[in-house]
Design a protein around this ligand. Structure first.
Ligand code: A2P
Length: 308
């Protein structure tokens, strides 16, 4: 089972990274320090998680030198017209002068609204989206950051095959990764095939099914876990790595942080079972984009999407 993957830049990326979404300030500092001290070399962050200051403190507490850590962050929706400004905030919070990977968090620009900076809404409660904004303009700014040397690689997140095809008309740098929700209930087979063909590595977020996960009590997955004598979460993480995707399990619990770094080799039978679950009635998307249905879910999610 691989412990790292190659990006299309030639750099390597550790197969497992610590997720920090929904890791609260007050918890995440210790979680990050613990993770780095117990063998993690990869942390996945984002400005909109509103905890990058604490993540930065955790990195510092760990005593692990910066160059030994692969750090990812993401430009938030309200910053698509000033990507570098967003990056600079993140760099300052994390206490570093470069990122290993910078992603466009969502392929949509939202417009700041009065004092509501990160999640601006319109009077009807829906998100204040700039429908005229061209994602090619966001991507150009991302490319400029690579040229400047402030980030080593760039990628996208929450992007379907349809949106990638659109972006491919103007990109000079092919995205190194696409970070999306992936787990056995949402395996993204078709998007994986497409991204493989383009040299874009997939990163799995919510690999354990996020909070109150339906997969943690799935008897079929439990059976595979029992067969290997490991916790069920290990099977979910192992499935991701065995099929060639980066996996980003989030935890702030020291015992889980340590155990989530362990991966087992799954056999063809295990893989077939896990790969096939979504086709056998267990399909489920756990995180819905917070933009409302007017966005056009079919373009958003691409082929095979069952939300449209
Ligand atoms: P906690 O952070 O309190 O340990 P995902 O990575 O899919 O977003 O899932 C994160 C959720 O899964 C969090 O609620 C986290 O709780 C929980 N979690 C993380 N690791 C494990 C594990 N090994 N076993 C069970 N639950 C876990």
């Amino acid at each position: 089972v691989p412990t790292e993957f190659k990006l299309n830049t030639g750099a390597t990326i550790p197969a497992i990274g610590l997720g920090t979404w929904q890791a609260k300030p007050g918890e995440v500092r210790d979680a990050v320090a613990h993770a780095l001290k117990s063998g993690y070399t990869h942390i996945d962050c984002a400005l909109c998680y509103q905890n990058e200051d604490e993540v930065g403190q955790g990195i510092k507490d760990s005593g692990v030198p910066r160059e030994k850590i692969f750090i990812t962050s993401k430009v938030w929706c309200t910053y698509h017209d000033r990507v570098e400004e967003c990056l600079d905030i993140t760099l300052k919070s994390l206490g570093t002068d470069y990122l290993d990977l910078y992603l466009v968090h969502w392929p949509v620009r939202t417009v700041e609204n009065g004092t509501v900076k990160l999640f601006p809404t319109k009077p009807d409660g829906s998100r204040n989206i700039d429908w005229e904004w061209d994602q090619a303009d966001t991507w150009r700014q991302m490319e400029a950051l690579v040229e400047k040397g402030k980030v080593k690689a760039i990628g996208v997140s929450n992007v379907s095959e349809i949106l990638l095809e659109k972006l491919s008309k103007t990109w000079k740098i092919v995205p190194a990764v696409n970070q999306i929700e992936i787990h056995p209930y949402l395996p993204q087979h078709s998007l994986k095939k497409y991204c493989d063909s383009k040299g874009i590595l997939l990163q799995a977020y919510s690999p354990l099914g996020s909070t109150s996960s339906p997969m943690l009590s799935d008897p079929e997955i439990q059976e595979i876990a029992d067969k290997h004598g490991v916790p069920l979460a290990t099977i979910l993480i192992s499935w991701a790595v065995n099929r060639g995707t980066v996996v980003l399990p989030k935890s702030v619990t020291p015992s889980r942080i340590a155990s989530n770094l362990k991966v087992v080799k799954l056999d063809a039978d295990d893989m077939a079972k896990l790969d096939g679950m979504s086709e056998e009635g267990k399909w489920q998307r756990i995180n819905h984009p917070p933009w409302g249905t007017d966005f056009g879910f079919s373009d958003w999610y691409g082929p095979g999407n069952k939300d449209a």
